[in-house]
Design a binder for this molecule. Sequence first.
Ligand code: 6PG
Length: 260
Amino acid sequence: MPGAPPPRLTVHPDPETLLRATAAGLLTAVAEAQSARGTASLVLTGGRNGIGLLAALAQAPGRSAVDWSRVDLWWGDERFLPDGDPDRNHTQARLALLDGLPLDPARVHPMPASGGPHGDDAAAAAEAYAAELAAAAGGGRDAPAVPSFDVLLLGLGPDTHVASLFPEHPAVREEGRTVVGVTDSPKPPPVRVSLTLPALRAARQVWLLAAGEDKAEAAAGALTAEDPFRAPATGARGRERTLWILDEAAASRLPASARS
Ligand code: 6PG
């Protein structure tokens, strides 16, 4: 990842503080992007913290500082399930926040659901999402393959996975495609669609959230790891900034040097 600055660490006392503070920071980042460029693009993720953050945003006093009709929403990964399935990241995001916001539906880009035009073919769904990203990025021959996301959110799996990129899975080594289908995810459900590392790295900022003792080993391992194939989280770096946002329990095994 030549040129990408190393992760900066923030440690909050507990998960509730982490989510509240991150929600406030995210509103500021989105408002700043809008004042600089007119619009802002966010990449959402699933899991406890990914969805918890959206619930915290729904309660955040500063949410009116953002013009929600000029926010583009993308997903970093999705559980490949039928539309409306309660386990889909999109469904959970809608319930936690999106249904209550004045978003422009044309700017909301959920990953395809199973049972739609792609049936149960996660690879075809991934290809379709890659085309949607490429079109939003300009679509020309020399255009980038994905938009320049402002903030891309990630959760950290206990095995150091991010999005649906799992350790030692070939998807982590993908360099050509921006989106892949994953059919053997160790975290249920087994079939998923995920951005690849090159797509994650197109983001200006990557914010990785982890809370709880069950993330302590992964956080320590991934923050000091060198090889994304073994520890995918280490490969997810933003072009301008990478923030690792942990609570004390998740940070409890970090080497002292990482916290100084
Ligand atoms: C998913 C994810 C996944 C998640 C991590 C962390 O759809 O499952 O996007 O990458 O973010 O597993 O999840 P937790 O915050 O629940 O630990």
